[in-house]
Design a protein around this ligand. Structure first.
Ligand SMILES: Cc1cc2nc3c(=O)[nH]c(=O)nc-3n(C[C@H](O)[C@H](O)[C@H](O)COP(=O)(O)O)c2cc1C
Length: 165
């Protein structure tokens, strides 16, 4: 137990970019906030997302076999909280933002720093989590490459700005 707490505290020092993972379509959708997102390969374009098996979106992610990784900006703190809040229904989490689709039909956040629209290719067991491998069908890049990112560090959100511009 002691090691578990030390691990959690140590992980607070590991800064992570904040994303919203969405699945389903525009009508019947689910999603969660996630920092456990990692590039896998450019050949083919693919990425890894780790999702807790208890997360409300987990079942739909595996059933739908499609998801979008919406990379958040510094302006998306409240959206990041919304998608992490257990008390909010799937429908409520999508409120207050504008959503479209790309190739797979998974909800894509207008104004995201980038979006990776994926089909779920493989799922591995990761203890409490499922390790999802997404094959990227389309990548959407925002016009403003200098827009600030959103980072989770020290158990709080921080806007990422380049101070040495
Ligand atoms: C900054 C932040 C990062 C998170 N990263 C992950 C993650 O990578 N994977 C994950 O399964 N849950 C992650 N969570 C937790 C989920 O967003 C969400 O709180 C959890 O799945 C409970 O939601 P539920 O009510 O849909 O079950 C993160 C939460 C926060 C606030």
């Amino acid at each position: 137990m002691q090691e578990r707490e030390a691990f959690i505290s140590g992980m607070a020092a590991l800064a992570g970019g904040v994303n919203v993972i969405t699945t389903g379509g525009l009508e019947n959708s689910a999603g969660l906030t996630a920092t456990a997102v990692c590039s896998l390969s450019a050949d083919p374009p693919s990425l890894i997302v780790c999702v807790n098996k208890e997360a409300s979106a987990h079942e739909m992610l595996l059933a739908e076999r499609r998801f979008a990784v919406n990379v958040l900006t510094g302006d998306h703190r409240s959206l990041a909280l919304q998608f992490a809040k257990t008390s909010l229904s799937a429908k409520e989490r999508f409120g207050g933002a504008s959503w479209t689709t790309l190739a797979t039909g998974a909800p894509v956040l207008s104004g995201a720093a980038a979006v990776f629209d994926c089909v779920l290719d493989r799922v591995y067991d990761g203890y409490s989590h499922s390790i999802l491998i997404g094959l990227v069908q389309r990548t959407l890049i925002q016009d403003d490459p200098d827009g600030s990112g959103l980072v989770w560090h020290g158990r709080r959100f921080r806007g990422l700005v380049d101070l040495i511009r």
